[in-house]
Design a protein around this ligand. Sequence first.
Ligand SMILES: NC(=O)c1ccc[n+]([C@@H]2O[C@H](COP(=O)([O-])OP(=O)(O)OC[C@H]3O[C@@H](n4cnc5c(N)ncnc54)[C@H](OP(=O)(O)O)[C@@H]3O)[C@@H](O)[C@H]2O)c1
Length: 302
Amino acid sequence: MHELLKRYGEWALVAGAAEGIGEAFTIQLFQAGFNVILVDINAQALKNLAEKLEPGFAMIPQQQPESGKEAGIVSSGKISGEDRATGPDQLRGSVDSRIKILCLDLASTDAASVCMEAIRSVQCRFLVYVAAFSKVTAFTDLAPAEVDRFIETNNRTLIHLVHQFANEQQNGIRSGILLISSLAGLIGPPMVATYAATKGFIILLAESLHQEMKQKGIDVTACCAGVTETPMFLSTRPKYGLFKPQIQKPEAVADFALKMVGRKAICISGRSNRVAYFLLTRILPRKISGKLVARNMTTLYL
Ligand SMILES: NC(=O)c1ccc[n+]([C@@H]2O[C@H](COP(=O)([O-])OP(=O)(O)OC[C@H]3O[C@@H](n4cnc5c(N)ncnc54)[C@H](OP(=O)(O)O)[C@@H]3O)[C@@H](O)[C@H]2O)c1
């Protein structure tokens, strides 16, 4: 991990930092010595995490968005719920704080630009994009706005952020991009078609950029997580059949992905996930693999 700090130090931005796998990334990066820019929609969870990392992390609560879910910028010492895009000055925390917070909906049109302001303000060279919109339901039951939200959160902001970040890195100075995808992006299961498609997009993007960005000194990796015990996954209320899938802890996913950055274009977290996906993608015909994945999904959710 300290190797990462040498390579990309000293700032990392985690998009979707407050809970689940993003929280695990944030804690591990912070403990390794990175200063962190935490981006998330959930203001209260961000505040809790900041206080866990830096006891006494100061915030002024009176301007906090009521729902804790609206866009705004919070920084050490102050919080602004309305004028998030007015400039990087708003992100400056107390002089010696190692944490900056952006309370922001990553589905919003200007989310990539807002993140870039924070990135620019500290010359951050490590970008970790974790957040995703996900929902387990029949494709035809999705509302049009939900279809948009998948694309906005999982793909549009992600690709604009990667694009701007890559454009602004200086040749010869190494930097890193770590994108979190899913096993669902490798073989599309039923009930999560749109989610799976957005995750497949991330895999192809990382695979292409891993090669293309090498000469610019930018490491690009996508990590496919399998079933992981996060608040998001538990909220889907899965049922297990005879064969319970390997369920990883968020810490294990983050630890593995951070070890893989720059080493591989695509990696799969969890040994049994890797074995299963080797069989499904390299040994069995795609048709059979699709049926097995569909059966597994049916056991979990129907
Ligand atoms: N958990 C699994 O089993 C699993 C399996 C495969 C892949 N993955 C991938 O792993 C990543 C992390 O998943 P996770 O289970 O930790 O849950 P997650 O729902 O992605 O949550 C991570 C954090 O991102 C935040 N977030 C979600 N949408 C956001 C938005 N539009 N703007 C700002 N912040 C947002 C969440 O806030 P809220 O909670 O308040 O929305 C949460 O704090 C995702 O990319 C997911 O696709 C997860």
